[in-house]
Design a protein. Structure first.
Length: 157
C-alpha cells in the first residue's frame, strides 16, 4: 500500500529560483493554451506586493505547486498564479492549495474569493476542481474582461 502524499503548504516571502521556475511553468502553460491578449497571469515580480500573499506547496521539500491570494477589497480577494507542475498533477496539490488559501483568507476576514481561468480543454481540470469546491461562474470582476478564452468564478467562504 502506498503512503499518502504529505503536502506542506506555506508562504513564499521571496522570489527564489525554484519559485521562479514554477511560475515560469505557469506562464508557459497559460500562454500555450490561451491567446496572449486574454492571458491575465502576472509576471512573477508583480506577485510580491503588499496586497498579494504567495504560497508554495511542497512534497518532500520539493516545490511542486504555487498559488497566491490578492486582496481586492476588505472582504474580497482573488486567486492568482494557481499552478501545479504537470509531473505532480493528480496528487491533490491543487485541492490542498485552494483549501489552505481559503483558510488563510478567512483568517484575514475575507468573505469572498473570486478567480479567472481559461476555457480551453487544458483548463478543464482546474475548472472541475473549483466547481467541486463550491465555486460558481460569475460576471467579470476587477480589471478582467470576459471572452471566449476565459471565465470568472466566485465563492462566499
Amino acid at each position: 500500500m502506498l503512503e499518502q502524499t504529505q503536502i506542506e503548504i506555506g508562504t513564499e516571502p521571496l522570489l527564489t529560483n525554484e519559485l521562479a521556475q514554477v511560475l515560469q511553468a505557469h506562464w508557459s502553460f497559460c500562454t500555450s493554451c490561451t491567446p496572449i491578449e486574454h492571458v491575465y497571469a502576472l509576471d512573477a515580480s508583480k506577485l510580491f506586493t503588499p496586497d498579494i500573499t504567495v504560497f508554495g506547496a511542497r512534497v518532500n521539500g520539493e516545490l511542486l505547486g504555487v498559488g497566491a491570494l490578492r486582496k481586492l477589497a476588505a472582504d474580497h480577494a482573488e486567486f492568482k498564479s494557481m499552478h501545479t507542475l504537470a509531473k505532480s498533477r493528480g496528487l491533490g496539490i491543487g485541492k490542498a492549495m485552494v483549501t489552505h488559501i481559503e483558510q488563510f483568507a478567512k483568517s484575514q476576514n475575507i468573505t469572498r474569493i473570486s478567480l479567472e481561468t481559461g476555457t480551453s480543454d487544458s483548463f478543464k481540470p482546474a475548472r472541475q476542481l473549483y466547481i467541486s469546491l463550491g465555486y460558481q461562474e460569475c460576471e467579470a470582476f476587477s480589471d478582467y474582461v470576459l471572452s471566449e478564452d476565459n471565465i470568472c468564478m466566485t465563492k462566499v467562504i
